[in-house]
Write a protein that binds this ligand. Structure first.
Ligand SMILES: [Zn+2]
Length: 376
């Protein structure tokens, strides 16, 4: 997130999740009557600036530094280096690869001729999240400044749909998230980390806020991820949102430092936090077997040993992103091949997963990902 130049930058975290839509209807043409949604709820998690290189290939040897080849290499090498890409990515993000990829679909693996990218041409956080959540890249969104998103997001739109009112919630490890979601206008409850739970009601929520307050403020405007996700999990348990969005940001912050070891560790912990959230949903009767998961990123990063830390206008390689979707209505196709998709498609996908047609309401937005909802 952090997009200011210099050493200690602010970081932005965001996770994007996407829901699936009907098997890609042509523009302007929709099935007469939407089939009843098998999925009642959708959880969206975004991981700020986590590169496709690590997501699909695991740790990159050259980025560990010279100590990686010592007889007793650094801990990160032991934890995350394996002999094959499949083993490396499974070591880095076991939930995403053992559960999500096996039971869902993943877009953006270049080795499968699958391209996923943002279309905003800026390659930093706010434009990435705005594109992902509104469904369109708007040139007016050209900074990380705390200004309200001029466009409705799919979260705001869903919050106005029958059955969804008051049942959309968002948590983010970035204090710009309330502006991306235009919280003042949209009325969406947004926890931005200061504190994680805006209006705590349970003992656990108060404890999460106390814990967050006791953690080090490493980056301005970008708190650590764990309290954010624990706030989201408690929200799911007690307030039962049908649409829950969580933006995690440590991946981006540690990359900017640059600390490859802690960047990898952040990816690993993000994966575990997503698993915790998913397992909470599966423990709840209204959510078990009725909930979809979307995981996405707001931008990539540089592709070389000198610019993997960075993204933004000077780093075109940061255009490349990825998206993963899993849910009871999504065919388990695994790694999608021979596809080109955009992060803008996440918005309509989120809606399509819960049986809603965002694009019919807002024709300018990108279509839902094709093939994500069975029978459509
Ligand atoms: Zn970002």
């Amino acid at each position: 997130m952090r997009f200011v130049s210099g050493m200690l930058l602010t970081v932005v975290l965001a996770v994007t999740l996407v829901a699936a839509g009907p098997a890609a209807s042509p523009p302007g043409h929709q099935a007469a009557a939407p089939a009843p949604a098998a999925v009642a709820n959708v959880i969206v998690v975004t991981l700020d600036g986590l590169r496709w290189q690590e997501f699909f290939g695991g740790a990159e040897r050259a980025l560990f530094g010279k100590d990686a080849d010592k007889d007793d290499p650094p801990t990160a090498v032991k934890r995350f280096w394996r002999g094959t890409a499949d083993a490396r990515r499974a070591a880095l993000m076991p939930f995403m690869w053992d559960v999500v990829a096996r039971n869902g679909q993943v877009f953006g693996d270049p080795s499968r001729n699958s391209l996923c990218h943002v279309t905003n041409g800026l390659w930093f956080s706010y434009p990435g999240y705005a594109e992902m959540l509104s469904g369109v890249a708007d040139p007016r969104v050209d900074s990380n400044n705390k200004v309200n998103n001029p466009n409705v997001t799919v979260l705001e739109w869903l919050n106005g749909r029958p059955g969804f009112q008051g049942r959309v919630a968002a948590f983010g490890a970035w204090d710009v998230l309330p502006f991306i979601l235009a919280a003042e206008r949209s009325g969406l409850p947004v926890g931005d980390g200061y504190p994680p739970v805006p209006n705590p009601k349970t003992d656990r929520e108060r404890a999460i806020n106390d814990m967050a307050d006791d953690l080090p403020p490493i980056w301005e405007g970008a708190p650590l991820d764990a309290p954010i996700m624990h706030a989201a999990i408690e929200c799911l348990r007690t307030r039962r949102p049908r649409v829950l969005y969580v933006l995690l940001g440590e991946t981006d912050e540690w990359a900017h430092e640059p600390r490859y070891d802690l960047y990898l560790d952040a990816a690993y912990r993000s994966d575990r936090l997503i698993r915790r959230l998913w397992e909470m949903a599966q423990s709840m009767p209204d959510y078990k077997g009725r909930t979809a998961l979307v995981v996405a990123v707001d931008h990539g990063r540089g592709a070389t040993a000198s610019d993997w830390t960075d993204h933004g206008r000077k780093v075109p390689a940061a255009e490349r992103t990825w998206i993963a979707v899993m849910g009871p209505g999504t065919p388990p196709l695994g790694l999608r091949e021979n596809t080109t998709v955009t992060t803008a498609q996440v918005a309509a996908t989120i809606a399509a997963l819960v049986g809603e047609d965002y694009r019919r309401a807002v024709p300018a937005v990108a279509p839902a990902l094709a093939g994500i909802v069975s029978g459509r």
